[in-house]
Design a protein around this ligand. Sequence first.
Ligand code: 4NP
Length: 150
Amino acid sequence: MTRILMVCLGNICRSPLAHGIMESKLTKDHFYVDSAGTAAYHIGNLPDKRSITVAKSNGLDISGQSARKFIVSDFDTFNYIYAMDQSNYSDIISLARNTADIEKVKLFLDANSSIEDKNLPDPYYGDLIDFEYVFDLINETCEILAAQIK
Ligand code: 4NP
């Protein structure tokens, strides 16, 4: 079983989308996908309504997810840890215990050579159109990653 963790700040906007999208591209018998936030603001909350709406309009149900905080044992549980932006990356790396932990952490958009800015924009203070943009970017990137990991 290969385990993949998607990480953003609040675990309510970007990483729940990355979690749902990546899961939809991989077989459940060989891959486990989860998501987490580096901050504790929204622990136990559903994904943001706008993430749920955009996922639903693309045929994905992410409404069963619940936000949690990234914990140090995630370095043991997961094979790949993807940070949605540089700030998330630095926050995760600050918890690493050794080089093996550090090597598991990747900047999500590094997989997507067509994108110059490697920070996935945070749509939290934006509108539905920002969530739609982020959905498309995550979808394109998960397609690349899934093909690499399979
Ligand atoms: P996310 O977006 O990291 O993509 O889940 C955010 C969600 C909540 C907050 C910031 C970003 N917040 O400040 O509460």
